[in-house]
Design a protein around this ligand. Sequence first.
Ligand code: SAM
Length: 246
Amino acid sequence: DPGLYLVSTPIGNLEDITLRALRVLRGASLVLAEDTRHTRALLSHFGIRASLHSFHQHNERHKQALVLRQLQQGAAIALVSDAGTPAINDPGADLVAAAAAAGLPVIPVPGPSAVLAALVASGLPTAQFLYCGFTAPKSGARRKQLTPLAGQPATLIFFVSPHSLVAALADAAAVLGGQRRCCLARELTKRHEEFWRGTLEEALAEFSARGPRGEFVLLVEGAAAGGGGGGAAGGEAGEGQILEAL
Ligand code: SAM
């Protein structure tokens, strides 16, 4: 069927591709990829030969009109990013907005995303969460980004680049409170997958010592979770009370 298909691809483990994703990629008249070399390798692993075209932040606007015209003519076009779900900190959001505004069908083909994989295994509350994108690369901007989030009751989810992880943890501890619980989800779905859990202060000590390597998602407990003011030590206090009661 014609339309713009947003196809999620693995974030590490190739077994996470869905049957539907393979079918859609096989049948698409055009596959738009963030990095065509990367996607070609993925597709050839599954024996798929597709017409691949680059679609990344530098040519997104330029390519948009072209893609819309093809969609209007009834093409089935698949959009993929290097890993995970397109349009989540990856190219595609503007194209989707334009296609939707033009009344063209936009079809999600759900699958892996670092955001949800990290959240569900973090052990932090999942009822409300706020995806905050990447932490800003510089400390001043990062603190400005974090300040309005200090009172936010939802679990906070950030992408963090490994080289700024330690500095980001320091800023998060300073702005959100060092006693807040957090989780670092590292190398999701890969061989060295790890969920590190503790307070922001403990995370800072741990990752300063070991030197961060790999891909990270940082999750921080929301402000009111566990009943602690500003989220500080809410979880721990609760556990202590349970132990006393026993
Ligand atoms: N659109 C993608 C998704 O839905 O997962 C996210 C793309 S974003 C450019 C890349 C960031 O996602 C990485 O810097 C890292 O923070 C996070 N990420 C992606 N894959 C990951 C993995 N396997 N383990 C941990 N974090 C990952």
